[in-house]
Ligand binder design. Structure first.
Ligand code: ADP
Length: 466
């Protein structure tokens, strides 16, 4: 049907609708395109912006890397320099260590000479009629000389320890033997300062190196006395976990908890005020540390500032079937006199003081002494007096290339035919070289180390005399 009033036909309308739809479509496409264009433009801008940012970042990072690189190069250079310095320092330290060992070996050898003479004079005094009180003091001086000698040995040992190996000599012994030798020295010094020094007697047998253990105990005790102004020191031992623990308690100034490890380092002294007991050198506990490591013995310390400290060492238990008695009682020195009457003893030593000391000591025991600095000098006296000696005592290091072994051989050769069998001989030396010990053993020559302990010398002479 057709509407009479409208000028457009249905067809026209249809066409218009179609046209409208087409235009709408075109519009839509155009709109899409515009939007797309706009989007694209937007993206490029963002990329552009990002690119700029990226470039900035890259430049910044590159600069940072350059800086870092420069710093690393500098550090590397410095490290190389430090390393070179360290190498030089290490070499110097090694050389210093070597010369320290040589120096100590020479120094302790030289120091032992006068020490030996003093020991011999003390030995001859012990035999004299000097009264009980003086005899007690003489015995104490003897002990102090021994302690000094042991200290020298330990110092030498420590330096040898730094540059090589050193092996402790373990044995089974009664702890009380060692305590009897060590503690009285501190009772006296403690009493002088008004301190009460006590020891709880012990029947324990321990397995250790008595010389090294003595060093440790002497350090504990001398520190306990040094760092205690009032009160006292107690030394005792007890069993714990199958070990024997030796403990040294003091009522002294104490040590801060934070410093308990430091005190075992070389030259660390944690107290300003040393006036109480005189200044130490800060080496004692570092020696204790090294020596206890050698003994594989645990050292512990507990302390409360202002109240006191406890130093302890744990040792393995010894076997009572294998015990050795450690020391010959020094008091028995006095009972040794007069045994060698009518005996002739040749003494050869290039140190006049030692000769004099030896003559005094052996003379007290009744012997006739022929002494001199060389075999020739002694031989001249022997021939002049027309006597054959009963025993020869010779120092190992004589003047020049001369040795005790050569001197003994010279006397043997010169006097051979005048007596039956070789004249027994003893070599005395402060040289602790194990090679020398071996060589003397090969030559069947007994050895005594300086400083000579009179009782030991007496026992050996007695054993060797025909
Ligand atoms: P020193 O020769 O100075 O005594 P040590 O190595 O034996 O050297 O001891 C190191 C430091 O440890 C001492 O200087 C002292 O400060 C501290 N110390 C050691 N033993 C004791 C103690 N029994 N009481 C208090 N302080 C101690």
């Amino acid at each position: 049907m057709r509407d009479q009033k409208s000028p457009h036909t249905n067809k026209d309308i249809e066409q218009l609708v179609t046209e409208n739809a087409r235009l709408n479509k075109i519009l839509q496409v155009l709109m899409d395109r515009v939007e797309q264009e706009m989007d694209q433009q937007q993206d490029s801008f963002t990329i552009f912006q990002t690119a700029i940012k990226l470039e900035e970042t890259v430049t910044q990072r590159t600069n940072e890397l350059k800086d870092l690189n420069n710093r690393l190069m500098k550090e590397l250079e410095e490290r190389q320099k430090v390393e070179e310095k360290l190498q030089i320092a290490k070499k110097q330290a090694e050389e210093a260590n070597k010369s320290k060992t040589t120096f100590l070996a020479t120094a302790s050898h030289d120091l032992r000479q006068p020490l030996n003479a003093a020991r011999l004079f003390i030995g001859s005094l012990a035999d004299a009629d000097i009264g009980a009180k003086n005899a007690h003091y003489v015995a104490r001086i003897g002990n102090s000389l021994d302690a000094l000698d042991d200290l020298l040995s330990i110092l030498l040992n420590i330096s040898q320890l730094d540059s090589g190996g050193i092996i402790p000599r373990f044995c089974h012994f009664y702890l009380q033997d060692l305590l009897n030798r060590v503690v009285p020295d501190y009772v006296q010094s403690g009493q002088e300062r008004g301190l009460d020094i006590r020891m709880v007697p012990s029947s324990c047998i321990v397995y250790s190196d008595p010389r090294f253990l003595e060093t440790i105990l002497r350090n504990f005790l001398s520190n306990a006395v040094r760092y205690t102004k009032k009160g006292g020191v107690l030394i005792g031992c007890r069993m714990r976990g199958g070990k024997i623990i030796i403990q040294v308690f003091d009522t002294g100034i104490g040590i801060k908890e934070s410093q308990l490890d430091d005190i075992f380092e070389e030259f660390i002294q944690v107290h300003e005020d040393h006036t109480a007991g005189g200044r130490g050198i800060g080496l004692g506990l570092s020696i204790v540390r090294r020596v206890s490591e050698l003994l594989e013995a645990l050292v512990e310390v507990r302390s409360t500032v202002g109240k006191g400290s406890m130093f302890s060492i744990a040792l393995p238990q010894g076997d009572d079937q294998k015990t050795t008695r450690l020391y010959i009682d020094r008091a028995s020195d006095a009972a040794l006199s007069g045994n060698f009457t009518n005996r002739v003893i040749v003494v050869i030593d290039n140190d006049e003081d030692v000769l004099e000391g030896m003559t005094a000591l052996l003379g007290k025991w009744g012997a006739e002494i022929i002494s001199g600095i060389s075999a020739d000098i002694c031989l001249a006296q022997l021939i002049e007096k027309d006597i054959i000696p009963d025993i020869i005592i010779a120092d190992y290091h004589l003047n020049g290339d001369d040795t005790g072994i050569k001197a003994v051989a010279e006397i043997h050769t010169e006097l051979s035919g005048l007596f039956e069998g070789p004249i027994p001989a003893i070599i005395i030396t402060s040289d602790r070289d194990p090679k020398l010990e071996k060589m003397l053993a090969l030559n069947d020559l007994p050895l005594i180390h300086k400083p000579v302990a009179p009782a030991k010398l007496h026992a050996l002479i007695l054993h060797l005399l025909p």
